[in-house]
Design a protein around this ligand. Structure first.
Ligand code: 4AD
Ligand code: MG
Length: 477
């Protein structure tokens, strides 16, 4: 007899047939009803044990968390909210779970407690739903690009370049403890690092992706990135996954179109393919929101928000227009912004981004043409000499979900910017080569995958949408 998944059985019409299934016990009620889950769906299948004819010792071993193998007859269920159940004829305990020790009890646990038990939290409804949606989203990412003529490129994890020029990098070291070479001043000589070179974990695959776009035309990366920023927020991780498309002969308008089409497409995919998980997460989101003060509550439910994003145009606004709006606004009647915007050129804080998206435009916003002084060196300078062809996509409840730009393709301008930012030309010789040999307009962006998963699942904290979050406190697993 083939072993079926719970998802298959719940959809099947094999009434009165013998079936086999394996999974973990979620609950065991009245010495009779097992709620069995195998991870294939958010739903459990009810397995009814003939307790009068079952050994007492065996009954005692059917505990929350135990792994079991079940054979029985599939019948129509009498119970509410389920179509079928299994009348158990054979039950084998594959792995016991001591109820006095098992941390995941059938009750509500705090998120903090579950984060400490990251190895077991995926056995809860919330985390299994989130991780299935995450998996479907990554499939949708590859599907979108592969169907649209992009090549998947793997950019290095260990690199000598600081793509963002922000200096928030983890060093990679081959030094043995206490044996690091020292400079004349007695400090660790990192220039000797990694077999004689200074290296770090990548903060972005963009610069390398650019080299591939200038040969393959349309490429994308989808890999881990690392930021050694000590920010304890609900939107930052030290290790996160980034998706970075890069396209030759595409300008900033094309880049905005691509980001909007891409995001809508992957969200439409999960709306269509993760219905049960999203229905569960929609209810969870509604419950969480109802516990917040009125002013902070989301105006839309989770599913409603997802459909809204898929069905409506993103608003495109220049940085300069946004600054005018922010100068003339208050986040609410009584309060000012914590960081008031006083002048053109100021960097936007997340309170400003969220105001624009959630209160002013009430839809996703693409901000473009930022001041050159607050953006990275590689962005294309506009004719005004003070703004660059940058774009950020801002999302309700999230803030910045995408950062991208048209790249500076003119060798002389790029060299000038590199020099002005104090970067040595020889460090980027290969990047400058792209501007020497067959240079062309090209653009791309980076989307933080966890922020996308957060939006799709309605989870409030980014630590709860990645299996093993790396944050300043947590790198145990
Ligand atoms: O805006 P960022 O820093 O842009 C880049 O790295 C560009 N090189 C991308 C490109 O043009 N190819 O990062 C891009 C996105 C952000 O919009 C955000 O969604 C996400 O990456 N991100 C983070 N996500 C989680 N934790 C962090 N610490 C993040 N930092 C950035
Ligand atoms: Mg950014």
């Amino acid at each position: 007899m083939t072993v079926s998944s719970v998802a298959e059985l719940l959809k099947s019409d094999l009434f009165l047939q013998e079936v086999a299934v394996k999974g973990w016990v979620r609950t065991f009620r009245s010495n009779r009803f097992i709620a069995l889950n195998d991870g294939s769906t958010i739903n459990n299948i009810q397995c009814v044990v003939d307790f009068e004819n079952t050994d007492e010792e065996l009954l005692r071993r059917i505990t929350t968390g135990a792994a079991v193998s079940i054979k029985g007859t599939l019948v129509e269920s009498q119970g509410k909210g389920q179509s079928v159940e299994i009348q158990v004829s054979e039950l084998e305990i594959l792995g016991d779970s001591n109820p006095d020790e098992y941390p995941i009890q059938p009750k509500k646990h705090s998120m903090e407690f579950l984060r400490e038990n990251a190895h077991l939290r995926v056995r809860t409804n919330t985390f299994s739903a989130v991780m299935r949606v995450r998996s479907a989203l990554s499939f949708a990412v590859h599907k979108y690009f592969q169907e649209n003529g992009f090549n998947y490129v793997n950019t290095p994890i260990i690199t000598g370049s600081d793509a963002e020029g922000a200096g928030e990098m983890f060093r990679v070291s081959t030094f043995e403890a206490n044996k690091a070479p020292l400079t004349e001043e007695g400090e660790i000589d990192y220039s000797q690092d990694f077999f004689g070179k200074e290296t770090n974990l990548t903060v972005s695959g963009q610069l390398e992706a650019e080299t591939y776009a200038m040969a393959l035309g349309k490429v994308y990366t989808f890999g881990p990135t690392f930021r050694a920023e000590n920010s304890n927020t609900t939107r930052h991780l030290a290790e996160f996954w980034m998706i970075e498309p890069e396209v030759a002969f595409m300008d900033l308008d094309g880049n905005m179109d691509l980001s909007e089409d891409f995001i809508k497409s992957v969200l439409a995919y999960v709306l269509e393919n993760c219905k049960d998980d999203l229905a569960f997460l929609d209810q969870r989101f509604a419950k969480e929101e109802s516990q917040k003060p009125q002013a902070q509550r989301s105006e839309m439910g989770l599913l409603e928000k997802l459909r809204f994003v898929v069905d409506n145009n993103f608003k495109r606004v220049s940085y300069t227009e946004a600054i005018d709006i922010l100068r003339n606004s208050k986040p609410n009647k009584k309060k000012k912004f914590q960081f008031p915007i006083n002048e053109w050129g100021a960097d936007l804080q997340s309170e400003h981004e969220r105001f624009l998206v959630e209160k002013h435009f009430k839809c996703p916003v693409i901000l473009f043409d930022y001041p050159a002084s607050i953006k990275a060196f590689y962005m294309r300078l506009n004719d005004d000499g003070k703004t660059v062809r940058a774009m950020d996509v801002l999302f309700p409840g999230i803030g910045e979900i995408v950062g991208g730009s048209q790249r500076e393709e003119r060798l002389d301008v790029l060299k000038e910017k590199i020099n002005a930012m104090g970067i040595e030309e020889k460090e980027l010789w290969w990047y400058l080569d792209l501007r020497k040999f067959g240079t062309a307009v090209h653009s791309g962006f980076g989307l933080g995958f966890e922020r996308l998963v957060q939006f799709a699942t309605g989870m409030g904290n980014i630590r709860d949408v990645i299996p093993f979050p790396r944050t300043p406190q947590n790198a145990e697993f």
